[in-house]
Write a protein that binds this ligand. Structure first.
Ligand SMILES: NC(=O)c1ccc[n+]([C@@H]2O[C@H](COP(=O)([O-])OP(=O)(O)OC[C@H]3O[C@@H](n4cnc5c(N)ncnc54)[C@H](OP(=O)(O)O)[C@@H]3O)[C@@H](O)[C@H]2O)c1
Length: 250
């Protein structure tokens, strides 16, 4: 039996892509999962047929929703073992077009939200010596034209991962991150607001740049999120694991 059986997990942004694949993987191992997101229909598409996954409409950028998500997990299942900060915001935003509201939106979802949710979760994670997995990006440690604020927000999340790992180690809480490369999901047409034709062009360009010759599937990333959360990885903390087909090496 998996060491994740009966563990309780919160995953932000569980209604699609990497978050959905991660929720299904935890549930298949017997974990109880709360997924959050802004669209109820997307959450229902993940929870359908999976009694071990519960959806909660919550906005990662809203400070009030951090406490609500943790309270929901405790109310439903009485404990919290794992937090996956997966919800992400981004934009193709050349510096000349940068505006305060757009920068604030990206930072609110990618930096403020994980900070407040993690803070709200701390007493419960400490009680069970639990774990946190943050979702960065190749661009969290590699520069990219037109993506500076998305990239900087993910760089912040990578450094929060290392700082929190040190700060929380005395409580037995492990903090790690995965940095996915280009992965099939709604990210290009949703988060990055590209048309279907633009997304198809970007996907082909990305595929050609990835040494292993293909874009990732959500399960490629989900497998490592679950692995880092698993108590079997209990001597690993403060690490950012690139799951990117080798893109970060180029
Ligand atoms: N796919 C890639 O190529 C790639 C590469 C590197 C890193 N990543 C990172 O991987 C993570 C997951 O992205 P994905 O690729 O799986 O994209 P996705 O399919 O667009 O999933 C993102 C999820 O986050 C939710 N979300 C967005 N803003 C939210 C908010 N304010 N509050 C709550 N939920 C929110 C979305 O649901 P709602 O719209 O319903 O809220 C959506 O279900 C993100 O952090 C992203 O930056 C992705």
């Amino acid at each position: 039996m998996s060491m994740l059986n009966e563990k309780v997990v919160i995953i932000t942004g569980g209604g699609s892509g990497i978050g959905r694949a991660t929720a299904l993987r935890f549930a298949a191992l017997g974990a109880k999962v709360i997924i959050t997101g802004r669209r109820a229909a997307a959450l229902e598409a993940t929870t359908a047929g999976h009694p071990g996954i519960i959806g909660l409409v919550a906005d990662a950028a809203d400070p009030d929703d951090a406490g609500r998500a943790v309270d929901h997990a405790i109310g439903c299942w009485g404990r919290l073992d794992v937090l996956v900060n997966n919800a992400g915001a981004g934009a193709i935003l050349p510096l000349a077009e940068a505006r305060a509201a757009e920068i604030e939106r990206i930072l609110a979802v990618n930096v403020l939200g994980p900070s407040l949710l993690t803070a709200a979760a701390l007493p419960h994670l400490a009680a069970v010596r639990g774990g946190i997995v943050n979702i960065s990006s190749t661009f969290g440690h590699r520069p990219a034209v037109g993506l500076s604020h998305y990239a900087a927000s993910k760089a912040a999340l990578e450094h929060l991962t290392r700082c929190w790992a040190l700060e929380l180690a005395p409580q037995g809480i492990r903090v790690n991150a995965v940095a996915p490369g280009p992965t099939e999901s709604e990210a290009l047409t949703g988060m990055m607001n590209l048309s279907a034709a633009q997304a198809a062009t970007v996907k082909e360009q990305e595929r050609q740049r990835i040494p292993l010759g293909r874009r990732g599937e959500p399960n490629d990333v989900a497998a490592w999120i679950v692995r880092l959360a698993d108590p079997a990885s209990d001597w690993v903390t403060g690490q950012v694991i690139a799951i990117d087909g080798g893109l970060g090496l180029t």
